[in-house]
Ligand binder design. Structure first.
Ligand code: GCU
Length: 413
């Protein structure tokens, strides 16, 4: 296997060492052929990488239903003080008796459609992204932790209460996104696939039991990514949305899913990964931060069983996450890191973006215009690739959205 050497030399003023990592060359096929044209990438390398990742990491996914049942159960043109039209649709990929996925959409009222959109999964239910009393509260299981405490509690017996409205609003600046002329669409991770025990028991995984068998099983990442494509199927039917301009957004585990969704489904116009870390944007080869062993031990339901034997082999893998980023090329991709998010290895996320550069170049895009790891809080917005590492911990902050929206303004309008 041909490898490429990456140097993520830091600005001398940071006083940190130069790091060198060697990763598989994205432009050398498994049989050793050098990929020199866009056609070779499309016909040979892209299919073999998709096959490799399905087989060894994310698992296999069913075909999506051609006749997806979508029920629009809410359309309020006076939402958010007349700023938005709120749409809520129930998606039934297995028909009415199967799982129900609620897709919440806000359309900006100040612009005439069709409008570009940001689509992402959320952590706490659709009602958690905004205090809007019109959002249907999820009936799916919800994680309880410090965020959900309170009087009255926001979650009780793992079900959301009225008090859960807006519990995660800080991470979802809905009005700001709308003010840029973007629609916002979101679904709840637990509607799609259970992120708690008993694993694989509800949602899409229960709908497709045959895809749970064997080593190439349809884990959470596979299901979450698949659900984003399903959401796009539904958005394509909505005339107010410009479905050719839908950008994915995801934070943390949902950022991992957004990257895989963007890699597989070329209908997505752009991808934003916010601190997706291990199994997301970061390179395992650096051996920094969360590793494959931990990822599979703590979250055995996220990736396919076939990924587990790679535990302990992080620095000698025949693949790495820059190849997933490469599958997004030449579409715009923004990777955001946080300096205190140690397990996500901010520098490794940068190195991964750099390593996807040659593929972007081959396909008519541009590599990230930064020769060294950018200083903290210095966002680098290239023509195709963008990156920042900001001050602070694992979270979604205004700083992140400031730059994501700037990038999307430039790339999607
Ligand atoms: C854990 C996990 C990360 C993940 C994060 C999250 O911290 O180790 O890989 O990104 O959870 O999704 O919140």
């Amino acid at each position: 296997m041909k490898r490429m050497i990456l140097t993520t030399a830091l600005a001398a003023m940071t006083g940190l060492a130069t790091a060198q990592t060697t990763v598989p060359d994205p432009l050398v096929a498994q049989d050793g052929t050098r990929i020199e044209t866009a056609a070779q990438w499309r016909e040979k390398r892209r299919p073999e990488l998709l096959e490799f990742f399905a087989k060894n990491m994310y698992g296999r996914a069913p075909e999506r239903p051609k006749d997806l049942l979508v029920e629009v159960f809410d359309r309020d043109p006076h939402a958010l003080g007349d700023k938005a039209t709120r749409l809520q649709m129930a998606l039934y990929p297995g028909g009415k008796s199967g799982p129900r996925l609620d897709l919440l959409v806000y359309l900006p009222n100040q612009v005439k459609g069709p409008v570009p959109a940001v689509l992402g999964l959320n952590f706490w239910g659709n009602q958690a992204i905004h205090p809007d009393p019109g959002i249907r509260i999820t009936e799916s299981w919800i994680e309880e932790n410090r965020q959900t405490e309170g009087n009255p509690p926001k979650v009780q017996n793992h079900r959301a209460t009225e008090a859960s409205r807006g519990l995660n609003a800080k991470q979802w600046p809905v009005e700001r996104i709308l003010s840029h002329g973007f629609a916002l669409a979101t679904m709840y991770r637990e509607d799609v696939a259970p992120d708690h025990e008993p694993y694989f028991s509800t949602g899409l995984q229960a709908l497709y039991p045959e895809f749970q068998k064997g080593d190439e099983n349809f884990g959470c990442m596979g299901a979450w990514a698949w659900s984003l494509s399903l959401a796009l199927d539904a958005l394509e039917k909505e005339p107010a949305i410009d479905a050719k301009k839908v950008a994915l957004f995801g934070w943390s585990r949902l950022g991992k899913a957004a990257l895989w969704a963007g890699a597989r489904d070329e209908r997505f116009a752009a991808v934003i990964s916010n601190e997706s870390g291990a199994g997301g944007a970061k390179l395992f080869h650096r051996g920094v931060g969360e590793d494959i062993e931990r990822l599979n031990r703590v979250f055995p339901h996220w990736f396919a069983r076939s990924f587990k034997p790679y535990a302990g082999k992080d620095t000698e893998l025949p693949f790495d996450q820059h190849l997933v980023l490469s599958l997004i090329a030449p579409r715009p991709l923004y990777v955001g890191s946080a300096i205190d998010d140690k397990s996500a290895d901010a520098e490794g996320e940068y190195a991964s973006v750099k390593a996807a550069g040659p593929v972007y170049k081959l396909l008519g895009g541009e590599p990230l215009p930064a020769e060294t790891w950018p200083a903290v809080d210095q966002a680098v917005l290239g023509k195709s690739l963008a990156y920042h590492v900001r001050t602070g911990k694992h979270d979604v902050l205004d700083f992140d959205w400031d730059h994501y929206l700037e990038f999307l303004d430039q790339r999607l309008k």
